[in-house]
Design a binder for this molecule. Structure first.
Ligand SMILES: Cc1cc2nc3c(=O)[nH]c(=O)nc-3n(C[C@H](O)[C@H](O)[C@H](O)COP(=O)(O)OP(=O)(O)OC[C@H]3O[C@@H](n4cnc5c(N)ncnc54)[C@H](O)[C@@H]3O)c2cc1C
Length: 345
């Protein structure tokens, strides 16, 4: 097996590279994905066992919305089916759990189990080491210029590599290899802010759950500081601008968008210090569902995109690996990865 990566492995420009990523069973109106989450958590358990390390901090999930939304009711239905405890919260209870949030205009709020922080950069670092030990040929700084999904041929500046099958998992660069996907898959420039909270809120942040403040998949998401990582806030609205090769230098406009979203979530946002503004690209689809499908007799596209792919990556990747190895039906993979296939594999 061979892996071709245009940069180092892991690549700090990749979507998968960051201090932390949120995981949760709560998926609201993006139907189908919530019910995949028990399997996604089990897939991570297998990963921890392979890596010999557990780069995960379990927390509660706190959801707050400041406008009417179907998200809480849809999520509650999924959580009940999965047996995940959850409870509605009053604004006063939100304030007790998360005194750093403003309770202005809260319309609905709930707390749920089964969530936490995945320490992404540590995971990709250990995974790269594990792949090397497992004998995977890793070609670093080897940009793939073209693939042939009829024959399984990969072309890099260094020559050709012939394989039985090629999987394109190119993140925000996917259109360079598969331009026909333009319009369906769109790279999106996203910004997150790392923050230093005011000292008076240090303790509250250390105890804080992961937070989604918004309506549906829009709004502010917050990862509390823990285990050497910093407080991070992001804005889930997609820009659908740019491409993977663009620079990662945050502009004043990039920062202003996230700061405005954070200001409507946090009480006293101006008391926080912005330590770093980080630009990251991912690929989005109109309905936020993943695209995992055959692109020829010897090729698959795997685009685990739209800002929620990290928590599902081991599950979706092992599902595709099973299909390629003939351990499950390949025909069901596109719907399953799009959250339309039900939880059973
Ligand atoms: C700001 C931000 C916040 C997010 N928050 C969350 C979250 O809280 N929870 C969650 O579950 N998900 C989250 N996500 C989404 C998640 O990180 C992504 O869905 C996931 O990491 C995508 O992984 P990937 O392997 O598809 O892409 P990537 O990690 O980008 O990997 C693709 C790799 O392919 C390489 N490549 C591309 N083209 C070529 C080529 N031609 N030749 C050689 N190599 C090539 C790239 O260099 C890159 O290393 C977030 C993403 C961002 C950007």
């Amino acid at each position: 097996m061979a892996l071709f990566e245009q940069g180092p492995v892991p690549n700090p420009k990749a979507s998968s590279h960051d201090e932390h990523r949120m995981t949760r069973h709560c998926y609201g109106t993006l139907a189908g994905y919530g019910l995949l989450m028990p399997q996604a958590f089990r897939a991570y358990e297998e990963l921890w066992s392979d890596l010999g390390a557990r780069h995960f901090r379990p927390t509660k999930f706190l959801y707050v919305t400041r406008e009417q939304s179907d998200w809480p009711a849809a999520t509650a239905r999924d959580l009940d089916r999965m047996g995940i405890p959850h409870r509605p919260l009053t604004p006063a209870e939100v304030s007790e759990i998360a005194p750093m949030l403003t309770t202005d205009a809260i319309v609905d709020a709930f707390e749920a189990d089964g969530a936490g922080e995945l320490f992404a950069a540590r995971i990709t670092r250990d995974l790269a080491d594990w792949l090397r030990r497992a004998g995977v040929e890793i070609h670093e700084h080897a940009r793939v210029g073209a693939i042939d999904a009829e024959t399984g041929r990969v072309e890099t500046g260094r020559g050709y590599h012939d394989a039985d099958l090629v999987v394109v998992a190119a993140g925000a660069w996917v259109l360079d290899l598969l331009p026909g996907q333009k319009g369906r898959l769109a790279p999106s420039r996203q910004t997150v802010l790392y923050l230093q909270p005011p000292q008076r809120l240090d303790g509250a942040w250390r105890r804080a759950p992961v937070i989604l403040d918004g309506s549906g998949m829009r709004g502010t998401y917050v990862l509390p500081p823990a285990e050497g990582t910093r407080l991070k806030v992001g804005d889930h609205s997609f820009t659908r601008q740019g491409s993977g090769d663009d620079d990662r230098i945050a502009t004043a406009a990039d920062i202003a968008t996230v700061a405005a979203a954070a200001r409507s979530s946090f009480a006293d946002f101006d008391d926080y210090t912005i330590l770093e503004a980080k630009v990251c690209y991912y690929t989005v689809t109109a309905d936020e569902r993943f695209v995992v499908e055959p692109i020829g007799p010897a090729g698959w596209l795997m685009s685990a995109c739209s800002g929620h792919g990290f928590k599902l990556a081991p599950l979706i990747a092992s599902g595709l690996a099973d299909a390629i190895a003939g351990r499950r039906s390949a025909a069901g993979i596109p719907d399953w990865a799009a959250g339309r296939g039900g939880p059973d594999r």
